[in-house]
Design a protein around this ligand. Structure first.
Ligand SMILES: Nc1ncnc2c1ncn2[C@@H]1O[C@H](COP(=O)(O)OP(=O)(O)OP(=O)(O)O)[C@@H](O)[C@H]1O
Ligand SMILES: [Mg+2]
Length: 238
């Protein structure tokens, strides 16, 4: 059974279709990409998956559970990195992790252990007591991803996690995500960087105007053809 099943998903905002009858599945262990021009519907789709936006119609199952009915169970297996920074700027790096862990009911001891592990994994240990407002954009982004992993999620969803990062930070985040995927996490991620998409994604969909225009294995999409960047530009100009 596919770990994520999306069937006939639509979302209208005041009559405008941000998503129009989108269906696809994601298999367990995939590193699955969402690409498409600005306004294509990527964030809307991800927000629906993490229950921040209610769809107009359609069905979503995560590990076989109905997202509408079972979100309270599903949230324990999801790690979410939204497009906009929603860290608590007044709190320290460590407090951002431990306070978020309360949402998943971790004990104080578990929470501190897991938080320290994640600070180590993301090379943030020496900044544990810094206020988030004093961190650079790249460090904040790493903390956003660290926070999403506090509950050891089986599925990680990230909306443009590397946007605005310098190449070194970007590589650093790629390495972490590849490692998490190798260890068994299923990853669903959006990006505007076509090099990143070609490098990371095993399968992907390309959205345009709320509809899927291309889907498949990354290597099949780019095989004998143009680069992903050229394919993207052809779609965006339509
Ligand atoms: N709350 C909202 N109210 C009205 N329109 C919205 C709302 N959220 C999104 N939209 C519209 O839905 C469309 C899809 O937006 P969405 O943010 O999903 O695109 P995206 O693919 O993530 O774009 P980007 O690459 O710029 O992040 C856009 O036209 C956007 O203006
Ligand atoms: Mg977006």
């Amino acid at each position: 059974m596919d770990i994520i099943q999306i069937e006939n998903l639509s979302k209208k905002f005041d009559g405008f279709a941000a998503l129009n009858n989108v269906s696809f599945n994601i298999t367990r262990g995939d590193f699955f990409g969402l690409i498409g021009p600005n306004g294509a519907g990527k964030t809307t789709l991800l927000r629906i998956l993490y229950s921040m936006v209610v769809p107009s119609s359609g069905n979503i199952r995560i590990k076989g559970l109905d997202l509408r009915k079972d979100y309270k169970k599903i949230k324990y297996i999801l790690g979410i990195v939204p497009q906009d920074d929603n860290l608590d700027a007044d709190l320290s790096v460590l407090d951002n992790l431990t306070i978020y862990s309360m949402y998943f009911g971790l004990s104080k001891k578990e929470s501190l252990k897991r938080s320290e592990e994640l600070l180590g994994f993301f090379d943030l240990s020496d900044r544990r007591n810094s206020k988030v407002m004093d961190l650079s954009g790249g460090l904040r982004r790493r903390l956003m991803i660290a926070r999403a992993l506090i509950n050891n999620p089986e599925i990680i969803m990230l909306d443009e996690p590397t946007s605005g990062l310098d190449p070194e930070y970007r590589h650093n985040i790629w390495n972490k995500l590849v490692l998490l995927n190798k260890e068994g996490s299923t990853i669903l991620m959006s990006t505007h960087y076509m090099e990143e998409a070609e490098r990371l994604f095993k399968n992907m969909v390309i959205l345009n105007h709320g509809e899927i225009v291309v889907r498949g294995k990354t290597e099949d999409i780019t095989r004998n053809k143009k680069s992903l960047e050229e394919i993207f530009l052809d779609i965006a100009r339509k």
